[in-house]
Ligand binder design. Structure first.
Ligand SMILES: C[S@@+](CC[C@H](N)C(=O)[O-])C[C@H]1O[C@@H](n2cnc3c(N)ncnc32)[C@H](O)[C@@H]1O
Length: 293
């Protein structure tokens, strides 16, 4: 079904005059570095509604969505956090006060399993306070979001002094900028499965899709398997008039992603490099695809 040519663009060669807004929530597979690439390759009508049913951190829509947007995710804590920004139940001042207080407690406990991090994690799993969610996301291992049947289960990032004044200011600024953007627009945040969330989308709208990557990261809040991935591809093959862009990994050093052939649309790719152990000899590349239909 998939037949278009792949056009390789190197992220480093691209120029982008617009500064990327970085949101306060982190997540594995976050697209912050791919914003210029995505921006250059999709055309959004400013009068359309942006649907982002796998929002994660929200970084893509926060940078690209027009005035009307519906952001959604199955993870209720992401949605709760952004709704608190929208309704000003969380403000930059509240975040600063909270992180200064909780950051001090973290700094005064050991790095092992008795760390204050685990107290906050237990508290979050009982009370679901969105500020605790932010705390965990910014002091955990690698900015990951992962849940098991017992709740949030990402381990501590092992840096008790994590919340130094510079980092607190950085997070507070991210909260401030993101909140300003949310308040300037007509953006809605809904906790929902993707299929329910895009039911209202029309042919005038644009849907950005960034589902968990089959064969790479699939563990977030719920599980995601090949059947889910195929169902999503089939939905867009059946709804031929819907406009969308799908982010997906295309290939790495070892293999290509066969799932991509199930999608209709044009593909552009972006190769980027990462280092293992900091040595030039350990340079690896991953090619990300954007399929536009
Ligand atoms: C790859 S992440 C999105 C990352 C995001 N684009 C970013 O840059 O931060 C995938 C997201 O899909 C969500 N998700 C997984 N299964 C889902 C489903 N069935 N319906 C809606 N969202 C789902 C996960 O909770 C996760 O937040």
């Amino acid at each position: 079904m998939y037949s278009q040519q792949a056009l390789a663009l190197n992220f480093d060669e691209q120029s982008s005059s617009e500064k990327t807004l970085v949101p306060p929530i982190k997540i594995q597979g976050i697209k912050t570095k791919l914003i210029p690439f995505i921006r250059e390759n999709i055309n959004i009508n400013t009068a359309s509604t942006w649907f982002e049913p796998f929002m994660g951190s929200g970084v893509v829509g926060f940078n690209l969505a027009p005035y009307n947007a519906i952001f959604s995710d199955v993870n209720p804590y992401i949605i709760d956090f952004y709704n608190c920004l929208k309704h000003k139940e969380i403000t930059p001042e509240i975040v600063r006060e909270y992180l200064e207080k909780e950051g001090k407690k973290l700094a005064s406990t050991p790095t092992d399993k008795s760390s204050y991090y685990y107290e906050v994690r237990d508290r979050f799993n009982k009370e679901h306070n969105p500020l605790d969610f932010l705390f965990l996301q910014r002091s955990n291992f690698n900015g990951m979001i992962r849940f098991s049947k017992n709740g949030y289960n990402v381990p501590f990032g092992r840096k008790p002094n994590r919340f130094r004044p510079a980092l607190i200011t950085k997070i507070v600024n991210q909260v401030e900028k993101t909140q300003e953007k949310i308040l300037d627009n007509n953006w809605t945040f809904i906790c929902s499965n993707w299929e329910e969330a895009i039911k209202q989308a029309t042919t005038d709208d644009f849907i950005y899709l960034d589902p968990p990557y089959i064969g790479r990261n699939t563990d977030y809040y719920t599980s995601w398997n090949s059947e889910d991935a195929n169902k999503l591809a089939n939905y867009f093959n059946e709804h031929i008039d819907l406009h969308f862009a799908l982010s997906m990994w295309y290939k790495n050093k070892y293999r290509k992603n066969d799932h991509i052939s199930k999608w209709r649309g044009n593909m552009v790719t972006n190769e980027h490099f990462y280092y293992l152990g900091g040595h030039e000899t350990n340079r690896n590349s991953i090619t990300e695809a954007l399929i536009i239909g």
